[in-house]
Structures are given as C-alpha cells and as structure tokens.
Ligand binder design. Structure first.
Ligand SMILES: C[S@@+](CC[C@H](N)C(=O)[O-])C[C@H]1O[C@@H](n2cnc3c(N)ncnc32)[C@H](O)[C@@H]1O
Length: 231
C-alpha cells in the first residue's frame, strides 16, 4: 500500500467484505484525493451504510463473475483486497473472478489466510483445495517459463495453465496471514532469461554458476579429506 500512498495519485481500490464498513472508512480517510473506493459484500445490510461520495457499494457474491460484470462493467483496480468470507473455496473462486480486474502494477491482497489451516473454514495443513495451497501454486506459475521441457512429471494442461497465469504475475509475497500478488506492467510474452545457465548435455551438473562453485568446492574438499570428509 505504501507506494500507492506515497505516489499521492488517485487510487482505484476494490475491497471484498464490508461488514460494518470499518476498513472502507479507513480507505476513505487515507487514500489520496480523487481515489475511488468500491466495496462488495454479499449481505444486503451493507447497502445502507453511510459513506462519502468516493465510495460505491455493491451487494453481490464476489466469486460470481456474471454478478461482478453486471455491477462493475469493465472496471479495473490498482488494489484489490479479499477480506470476504476467508473460506478457502471462496478465496480461490474470488481470485479466479477478480484477479483479471487488477490493473498493470496493481496488487491483490488476500487477508486472514490463517483460516486456510482451519478444517471448519474449508482448510487444513497441506490440504488440497485450501487457499494457502492454491496461493503456493502461484509461486509455480511465476516460474512456469523455466520448467524443464523434458520434465514429464508436469501434466501438459497444468503446464499450459501455469504459463498463462505466470505471465500476468510479477511477484508473490507471503506475510503472516496475508498474501500479496502483484501484476506486472504488462503481460509477459517471453521468459525472463535465467541468470544461472544450465547445460542440457549434463543435466544436474552445472559448474558455471554459484551452485557450480559450491560443487567444485565440495569436490576439492573430498579430494583432500576423503569421501566422507572425515580424513
Ligand atoms: C471480515 S468481514 C469484512 C470486514 C471489513 N473488511 C473491515 O475490515 O471492516 C467479511 C465480510 O465479507 C462478507 N462476505 C462473505 N462472503 C462473501 C462473498 N462471497 N462475497 C462478498 N462478500 C462476502 C460478509 O458478509 C462480511 O460482511
């Protein structure tokens, strides 16, 4: 958030989950003049909360793309915050429905991720389908251009999906209970060149980069001290 506040330019913010309106009131007070704040909640009572003219409220299910299209048209946002139900299935579906509304260089924030470890919130440690496990796959998406073409352990449809998803993501940051996913300035059309080069003829034996220097060091150590380094 800090770079957006420091820039002092109007910000387009979408928050999923209004409840009593506490966070929208904070954004109203905090964001630079000219900012637009859009709140979404599934509960009709949120429609009558008193906000200033910078705030729009929509009553809908944030995981429903058709409802989002009807309410928001083609609007995009610099900041999207998911502070909705925190149930894993909703977090994942909401990301699927809302991430495409993130503007270039925008950030998508998922709050209260600790709920993804709670069985009664649709989560559990390392459970397939938990929101934290889904968000970890975005780390794979970020690196999908670098998957080895000869790695047959990656299903083709999964590889293709992750490449497409990864092209739109430039950074994934995890904090305690919060994930921040950042969109690039544009959709990446080619892989970033890796700094560590591989030699296909000798997979796993790269002696050109920092790992190679470590491997060469271990080799020298073994030659001097014997195979177990025990002398
Ligand atoms: C944690 S509260 C929001 C708190 C608020 N952001 C604040 O900090 O003041 C969660 C809200 O999300 C709403 N919610 C739950 N599921 C939702 C969904 N699928 N779509 C939109 N809103 C949802 C609930 O009605 C509830 O008001």
């Amino acid at each position: 958030m800090a770079p957006f506040l420091a820039a002092g330019k109007p910000v387009r913010l979408l928050e999923i989950g209004i409840a009593a309106g506490g966070s929208l009131a904070i954004w109203e007070a905090l964001l630079p003049p000219g900012s637009r704040i859009t709140g979404i909640d599934i509960h009709p009572a949120c429609a009558v909360l008193p906000f200033g003219p910078a705030v729009d409220v929509h009553i809908l299910d944030a995981s429903d793309p058709a409802a989002l299209d009807a309410a928001l048209g083609d609007a995009v946002f610099d900041i999207i915050i998911d502070d909705g139900s925190h149930r894993s299935e909703h977090v994942i579906a909401t990301f699927g429905a809302c991430f495409r509304r993130l503007a270039p260089r925008g950030i998508y924030i998922v709050e209260d991720l600790h709920a993804s470890y709670w069985p009664d919130w649709g989560g559990r440690y390392r459970a397939p389908g938990s929101s934290i496990e889904f968000l970890k796959t975005l780390v794979d998406a970020l690196h999908a251009d670098h998957f080895a073409p000869w790695d047959t352990g990656i299903p083709e449809d999964e590889r293709a999906r992750l490449v497409v998803q990864g092209a739109e993501i430039t950074r994934v940051t995890f904090h305690d209970s919060i994930a921040v996913i950042e969109r690039g300035s544009d959709t990446r059309s080619a892989p970033y060149p890796p700094r560590l080069k591989r030699r296909r003829s000798r997979p796993g034996c790269d002696f050109t980069g920092p790992r190679g220097r470590i491997a060469r060091g271990i080799g020298r150590h073994r030659r001097v001290l014997g195979p177990r380094g025990a002398g």
